[in-house]
Design a protein around this ligand. Structure first.
Ligand code: ATP
Ligand code: MG
Length: 660
């Protein structure tokens, strides 16, 4: 981006919160003023949501930027905050997790049962020689043991690193090596798409390839045959037999809690390090504020995988610290049929649903008639995370899932930020379809040009964070230099040319401010296209394509072009009922090119549109544009280790050839 992003799209629809929700909201408009008048005092008040074994003596130590320390001198135990204190408050019989296995088996885990399991797992890990500061890998399906394993590590001060259950040997082995982990917690397998899918063989190979693993704890989930080594121990023969009492020791507020590797959408994954007090403060507060959680009555469901940061912050730490009752689902959304999500909402009377744009667009593709078959009247707040949500997908979510009632919170954040940073508040904000709206109270986000100057309303540029926040990453594990280079060297005090003493965090995302100052995320800065001297965002062109009634999903990249510098190439998935054979396909492509030109202006008209059956996505459902760019420019593919399904790339490449 040489200058700033063009601002092509304008949205006029806006939806105020329902009156009853606004009147009873956990957080009201005053919170913004309170936080603005004294940011650190605001966060100090939010930290009081937690139970501290020893109070802190300083809210923020920023004397060695960009290495932050929050709630300095304070001590607490995260597992105590997420489990024990709810049991002590008399809520032991309350369901913490309504678990739904893919084959239809279920478990209801109460807070008392969770305390028992976490204590037993903590005792077992200690017996296996795991001590505070050691690293433990977690490679599990979406079963309650995943949350138990994370909390047990936190309880004894071990640093966990969760790896998606779908990742390959390579991905797991590099993470084990990078973290120098001592123990892996895994399972024989998990259920996906109606059948058991093995996990243990991947672990066996990764352990054999690396040198640091001493023990492997194996949960029996599917009952499939597993090879056994002398490092292996069954969970049911150790954890479930262990002493159920365990006294949690407090740890320093800056004690390392977990390392989590980013999705790898833009390059080689980074091992993001999060610590204790600030992380739990912000995940707990944002879960309370953004979802308006009423722990006595709400049933909350986040559909993310535990291997993604959303699973960490909004399945485990945020909800459990708030004493929520939640649903956890093991499997895929189309097993046994495409109504599974809605059937789960209906069955458990889910009132808060947090999911991703990729799933919403998939549901759109499958058709309106599917959610229409279920009773979704329990839903009162809907959330979105992971990618910009296209305005038409937002409208579909509102109409067909929220039944024009439930407010939508489009939450922008990253593995690095640890918790939600930019989002509407459901009882305060009049939300616009496709906009993440405004920074939360206590957060200072801005959009700047390449000179780090704040752009005026109506302008576009780089999304930055101007002040440290409690759940910010502390570094990249083992690589302070990459931490400085990636996030802090672009603008402000960390950059070579700057005379400023303000440290500015560079998020890597493009964004714009509309005429009211609301924020619109425009995709990765790496993905911005420079077409005939104009900086055009992939997100805006994709949203224009998705607003066409025949399109379910679209991914757009800039490919080198001899005349325009870069040209827009679009990969488009038609909706289920659309005929794309022969001439009909050609007609649709012509129609789509014109539709984009009409919506955004002729400069945004794609040079080429490919109709494809699928798009390359990460396991967390994000479109991997860098791979499409490799295809569009006939290069060999970059790092594909975090790709969900590698066969998709062959499908697309062959389609690309025939389309020329
Ligand atoms: P890597 O950093 O390795 O490329 P990644 O950025 O995909 O991987 P995550 O931390 O999981 O890994 O994703 C954070 C990114 O997801 C954000 O930087 C942003 O691009 C995108 N994102 C998340 N939520 C939203 C949202 N509500 N609106 C727009 N973009 C979002
Ligand atoms: Mg990133």
């Amino acid at each position: 981006m040489s200058e700033t992003l063009e601002n092509l799209y304008s949205e006029t629809r806006q939806f105020p919160p329902p009156a009853d929700l606004a009147a009873n909201a956990n957080v009201k408009a005053e919170a913004y003023e309170e936080a603005a008048s004294d940011r650190l005092a605001f966060w100090a008040r939010q930290a009081e949501r937690l139970t501290w074994a020893k109070p802190w003596n300083q809210v923020l130590d920023w004397s060695n930027p960009p290495f932050a320390k929050w709630f300095v001198g304070g001590e607490l135990n995260i597992a105590y905050n997420c489990v024990d204190r709810h049991v002590e408050a008399g809520l032991g019989d309350k369901v913490a997790i309504h678990w739904e296995g893919e084959p239809g088996d279920t478990r209801a885990v109460t807070y008392a049962e969770l305390l028992k399991s976490v204590s037993q797992a903590a005792n077992t890990l200690t017996e296996l020689g795991v001590a505070a500061g050691d690293r433990v890998m977690i490679y599990l399906p979406m079963i309650p043991e995943a949350a138990v394993a994370m909390l047990a590590c936190a309880r004894i001060g071990a640093t966990h690193s969760v790896v998606f259950g779908g990742f390959s040997v390579d991905a797991l082995a590099t993470r084990i090596e990078d973290a120098a982990a001592k123990v892996v917690i895994t399972a024989d397998g998990g259920y996906r798409r109606g059948k058991p899918s093995a996990l243990k063989p991947t672990v066996d190979e990764a352990v054999a390839r690396t040198g640091s693993i001493e023990h492997v704890l194996v949960v029996r989930r599917t009952g499939q045959d597993v090879a056994w080594t002398d490092k292996d121990k069954w969970w049911h023969e150790t954890v479930e037999q262990a002493d159920a009492s365990h006294v949690a020791q407090p740890f320093d507020s800056e004690h390392p809690l977990f390392i989590l590797y980013t999705s790898g959408t833009t390059g080689k994954p980074k091992g993001i390090l999060h610590t204790t007090g600030g992380y739990l403060t912000q995940t707990s507060y944002t879960h309370h504020a953004v979802f308006d959680l009423k722990p006595e009555t709400d049933v909350y469901w986040c559909t993310a995988d535990i291997g993604w940061v959303t699973g960490h912050s909004y399945i485990v730490y945020g909800p459990l610290s708030n004493g929520a009752t939640q649903v956890m689902y093991e499997g895929t959304p189309d097993t046994p049929d495409r109504g599974r999500f809605w059937q789960i909402v209906d069955k458990y009377k889910v009132s808060i649903l947090y999911t991703a744009p990729t799933l919403i667009r998939t549901m759109m593709k499958w058709g309106d008639d599917i959610p229409a078959k279920y009773d979704l009247s329990s839903l009162r707040v809907l959330g979105s995370v992971g990618e910009p949500i296209n305005p038409e997908a937002w409208m579909w979510y509102r109409e067909h899932v929220g039944r024009e009632r439930a407010p939508i919170v489009d939450t922008w954040w990253q593995t690095e930020t640890g918790a939600i940073m930019i989002s509407p508040l459901p009882g305060v904000t009049s939300a616009k379809p496709g906009s993440a709206m405004t920074p939360l109270p206590g957060i200072s986000a801005d959009v700047v040009d390449d000179q780090a100057q704040s752009v005026p309303d109506g302008g576009g540029g780089f999304l930055v964070l101007r002040e440290p926040w409690p759940s910010m990453l502390r570094t990249i594990w083992g690589d302070d230099q990459r931490f400085l280079d990636t996030y802090w060297s672009r603008f402000g005090a960390g950059s070579d040319s700057s005379s400023s003493d303000e440290w500015i965090y560079f998020a890597g995302d493009g964004a714009k401010k509309d005429e009211d100052g609301s924020l619109w995320l425009l995709g990765r800065v790496d993905d911005v296209m420079l077409v005939s001297g104009h900086n055009i965002s992939t997100t805006e062109v994709e949203s224009a394509l998705v607003s066409h009634p025949s399109v379910a999903e679209a991914a757009v990249v800039g490919a080198t072009d001899p005349t325009t510098g870069q040209a827009i190439v679009a990969f488009t998935i038609p909706r289920g009922n659309v005929d794309t054979s022969g001439d009909a396909g050609e007609e649709l492509i012509k129609d789509l090119r014109n539709h984009v030109a009409k919506t955004l202006g002729p400069i945004a008209k794609p040079r080429q549109i490919m109709l494809v059956p699928e798009l390359p996505k990460t396991r967390s459902g994000k479109i991997m544009r860098r791979l499409l760019r490799d295809v569009a420019e006939n290069r060999s593919l970059g790092d594909v280790t975090t790709l969900q399904d590698s066969a998709v790339m062959d499908l697309i490449s062959s389609g690309m050839q025939s389309g020329k």
